[in-house]
Structure formats: structure tokens, C-alpha cells
Write a protein that binds this ligand. Sequence first.
Ligand code: BGC
Length: 739
Amino acid sequence: MTDIYQNKHATIEERVADLLSRMTIEEKIGQLTQLPASVEGNTEKLEEWHIGSYLHCTGDTAIRLQERAAKTRLGIPLIFGIDAIHGHCFDNDATVFPTQLAASSSWDRELIRDMAKVTAKEVRATGIHWTFSPVLCVGRDARWGRINETYGEDAWLIGEMAVEAIKGYQGERFSSPDSILACAKHYVAYGETVGGRDAYEADVSRRKLKALFLPPFKKAVQEAHVASLMAGYHANDGVPCTADKWLLTDVAKTDWGLDGFIVTDWENVTSLYTKQKVSASIEEACYRALVSGNDMMMSTVEFYETAVRLVKDGRVDEAVVNDAVIRILTKKFALGLFDDMRFYCPDRHEVLGIPAHRDLALQASLKSIVMLKNDGILPLTPSKDLRVLVTGPNADDVIAQLGDWSFGSMQAGATDDQFHRDKTVTTLQAFQAAAKHYGFQVEYVKGADCLDEEFEQVAELDRALENADVVIACVGDTLAQNGEFHDRANLDLTGKQQALLERIKAAGVPLIVNLVASKPMTIPWIAEHANALLCGFNSGTQGGEAIKRVVFGEYNPSGKLTISFPYHVGQLPVFYNKYEGWHAQHSQHTEFKERYIDMPEQPLFCFGEGLSFSQFEYRDIALKQRVIEPHSDIELSLTVTNQSDIDGTDIVQVYFNDHFSSVTTPIKTLCGFQRVAIAAKESVEVTMTVKFSDLALVNAELEEVVEAGAFSLMVGASSKDEDLHTLDFEVTQTTTVSS
Ligand code: BGC
């Protein structure tokens, strides 16, 4: 007779309970242990330590390990995690999408979901079932190396996008071939670390955690039922995330009802002892990690043996371990790993990088492009006598274009002609193909390098400039300048890039800048002197093709920034949802504004900003009710007209402000948006709903409350005051939304 846990007709609860009752303490702790398969010696530990999970498996490693796991006493399958962050990018056949920061500029919920669906299919087809994505960190300091991994600076928008991504990854049923577990990370406030220093201490109070950083995670748990959370590296207000019982157990599991599991980040448990020094020994660190609510420990090699001892010595109650094991096994059963899905691995050529997936990558790249300046030069007419000079370090650099998390541990040795090269269309390649198609001339001189101070092809450049009608300069940063361990103190263009741009300007040839970068850079010179500026950040394999389409008007750009561009690094952090009360320039002048004495207070480019070839006009903006009763959502309507003779898409944004409140609140907070496609000369009626609960603040008692009184709703094309129309309304009663 088959054991209950092996009977696929029994419920998951019955199967888990049966299996748990058969497990030794060693087997249980093994389920809580996750090791990187890429580090020598770790895969050998599979049987001895009853390992439950590996990360970073490439090639057929996952399948080979799974075969070994099937032969163990209880045959418990492994679960494999991977950083499929913007596609299953460690696999050279996979589809590489724009990074989160780039894709967020699309403000397109459906797109974010579809990208995740494709990623799930490709990941699952390689025998892996879990991605460490999406990143829900609030990206407010561009110096931080990992800013490219975020959905930008607004917590509400991050939550909206996270819900889509998680639903896309997880699908309807975990046991289907297009479903994987998602992991919302890094729980919580990781992006807020001081000075943009990765994994540094975050100086964040509980009130601020509740007001700003926890809400996207709460949405991920409650609206998208995310299967896992990853505890951040850092400490908030002195408490490392991995040692924070309040955060892990009380908030995520008890208050929100997380039914998935919590994995630590890399060596978090070891760090409690070796780096953060809140535990005086590895035993103490393991003890603290277990009792705080971490379920799976990533890459802490000491964990297995130490934890077994802690339970055997009676220091850790076995019930704590059981709870974690149940959470992990429940997901393994749900994924079908005990049944048919353990070795699921169809012919990879039927799934990875197939044309439909590549088409979606192109859509994603197109929708991610933000046009930040256009003096009328765009779109260009591709006439036969046009002479285009393509230049800049990122015109033909696959590694710079794709950005971080495309090469994994091979990052250091990755070369431009090796990885994803035949899947990727760089800007140069796209222009060369267009030149053939339309019959114009294209020349390429690299002209500068992101890293090399010496490199400059001055003579070739000058000669090419003499023969050019227009220049497409692809500048920005490269992989060595972003990602984990790559924080920057300076956000100017590096190498000879600025000199290259100035030389083009001096030659008097019209200049179109294509910013291929992982982050906002300090580019006031470009904003002032370029004729046009396009930004696609790290725009995926089809990024070059997308830029070409925008330049020639084959696609009308619609992207809008989800992150502010500072004028100067000294402005950081700078974001749209700031607070009033900065000590203004005190003077007798009537016009006294908050500002630095040596620089504007506003960023160079603001959150929500982005141009189109169309012009849109907003009118008849109306609220259905101006007096809002508790728990009634706010209904809003408006008409948007496309006044141009070209079809376009606008992203209508809605912000609110609470006039007077018991604690300080931001001057404006995003609470709604809608992508609206409008044909040339047509109008579209738009209706939108703002949720009552989204008006809540967190008061000094840490309650989420919508306070009675006057509010404004601001509707428009960006977060800039001049783009917004304001309507006032009133909330009748102070209402607790959640405690
Ligand atoms: C990163 C995580 C990642 C993990 C596994 C860590 O260094 O902080 O975001 O998921 O490694 O690769």
C-alpha cells in the first residue's frame, strides 16, 4: 500500500502531516537548509544533510540532483530557487526582458503579468520551481547599486506591479507547467540603507515601516498570495531582518496570514554573528533565526549541524521546526513535485526564447522607453539620403544593454559575444538593419568607453561627424557599475562619455541621446544640449530594435519615469512624495521656496514624467462625490483628448494630499493610474476609482487610519504641479483601516 504522503488523491494537509510524522529531526532540519549548488562541496551534502533546497543550478544540475533526492529514504523532492529577475536570464536560450526599473516605466499591469508568465514557463521547463523575484524595495537613492532591480520610488506603484508579477509567476495552480513560486524581497526597507550603501543599516522606525515599506509586501501576501518572502540583509533601526520576530512572525505570518515560507538572504544567519554581531556565536545566530520565524536558511553552511543540536539539546522547540517544515512541504506538494512534476523538463526549444516570447520582450522594450526630451527632431524621416552616425559605448554592448542578473555567477567572466548575443538586438544592429531596409547610410564609431578614461577615437569621430546628419549617442553605464557590490558615489557619465557628447555638440550635428543605464544619472548637460533624449534603462534583448522604432516614429513612446533623476548626486535622496517643512530660504522676499542655496529643489526629471509624439489634453475632470463616507471609494471621471494626428497612449496619474493630519504626510501620494490608448484627434472618457483605504496614514499609535477632513485629488500627466489638476473633497469621519 502506498503511504498517504505518496497518494496524490489525499489532500495536501493529509500528505504533509503523514510525511512529517515519518521524518527524523535531521530530515526536518534538512528541509530548512538551502545551499548554493554553484559552491564546491555543497551538492555532495545532499544525502548526508537531507538538503531540501538548492539555489543557482544551471544546465542540467537540477535534474541530476532531483534524481538523487528521489532515491533518499523518503524521496522528498528538492525545490530549486533561481534569480530569474527579468527573465530566466542565467540560461543562454532564455528570453531576457527589461529590468524591473525599465519595465515599470510602462505602467502596464498586463505587461508585467505577461512577462512573469513567460518567465515562469521558461524557468519551469528547466526543472526549477522558484524565482527570487519580484523585488519590492523602494528605490529612492540612485547611488544604490541595486536600484535597477526595483519598480522605482513609489511604494503604492510597487505594490500594484508586484501583485501582477506574482500572479504571473504563480498562475492558477502551482502544479501546472507555467507556474513557479514567487518570492517577494527584500523584506523590508532594504533600499533605504543609508548613503545608497548596499545592505547597510536602515534608519527606519516602525511607523515608517508600516507607512511606506510594508504596504507593498502586504499586498503581495494578501492580494497575490505570494508563496515566499526573503528577509533582507540589513537591520532596521538596529534589528537585523533575520532576527526580527515582529517583522517575520507577528506581521507577515500572524497579521497578514502568510501561508508560504520565509527564506533568508545569502548567509543572513552567519551575518548575525560575524557582521551584525547581535549574536555572540553561530549557535546563538541559528537559535535567533529559528525563533524569529525564518523557515529556510540560504547559504549558511553551519546551519544544518547547529540546528540539529539546538533541537536535540532542547533549546529550540521542535514545534518551531515543524511549522517551517510544514510551510515548505506544503509548497512542494502544491507544485506537484511528489507526483508528476518533479522532472518536468520538456524539449527546451519548444519553450525557451520562442518567437512569441521574443515578441513580448519587444513589446516590453517599446513600452519601457521614456522620451525625456524632444525639441521636434523626432521622429526622424528615414529618407535615402539620411546619414546617421551611431556612437557611444553602449551602442553595441550586449552586457550593458541587458544589465544585471543576466549572467549570474558567471558575471565576471561574461563576454559580449558569448551571452545572449544571438538573441539580442543592440542599437547599432537595429540601425544597420534599418539602413538596409530604408536605404539610408549608417556609420559606427564607438568613441568612448564607460570604464576606460584613455579610450577615444577622436580622428575617426571627427571624420564621421563631418559626414553625419544626425548622431545617435548611446551612453550610460555598464555592468561593472551596477548591481550588488557596485554602489556609486558619483552618478555622472564616466570615462570619456561626456567629452564625446560635447565633441558632437561642438561639431553642430543634431544629437539624439539614448541612455542605456541601470539607473538615473546626473545628466543636466544632456537635458540642456541634446536635441532629444530617450531612456530605456536596461531594456532587454530587443532594446535596440525598440529605440530604432521610436527614433523613426514606427512606435509612439508612452513610458513615464517611476524614479526621479537628480541634477546632482548631492540632491539624493530626491523623490516626488516629499514632505513639507524643509527650512526654506528665510528672507524678506515674498517668494521663498524650499531649495538648496546652490541647486534647484526639484529633480532634473520627475516621477511620472515622459513625452509622446502626441499631445494630450485633460478636461471635464469630476468627482462623483465630494463628501466621502467611511469605506466609500472615490470615483473620478475625465476626458482625455489626443490633439495630434498620430495615435498615442497616455498614462493618467492620480495623486492625493491630506490637508491636515495628526502626523506629517507627503505633499502628494500616487493612488491611481491608467494607460489610455487614444487614436489621433479622438477623445476617451476615463473613469477611475481611488480606494478609500489608500488614503490612510499611519498615526503615532501605529494604526492605519483615514483621518476626517479636507483632501485634494490631483489628476494629470506627471507628478509635476504644472501637469496636475486639483479637486478637493472631504472625508466625513476618522476611520481605522487596520490596526
Ligand atoms: C541577493 C538576493 C538573491 C540571492 C540569491 C543575494 O545576494 O541579495 O537578492 O536572491 O543573493 O542569489
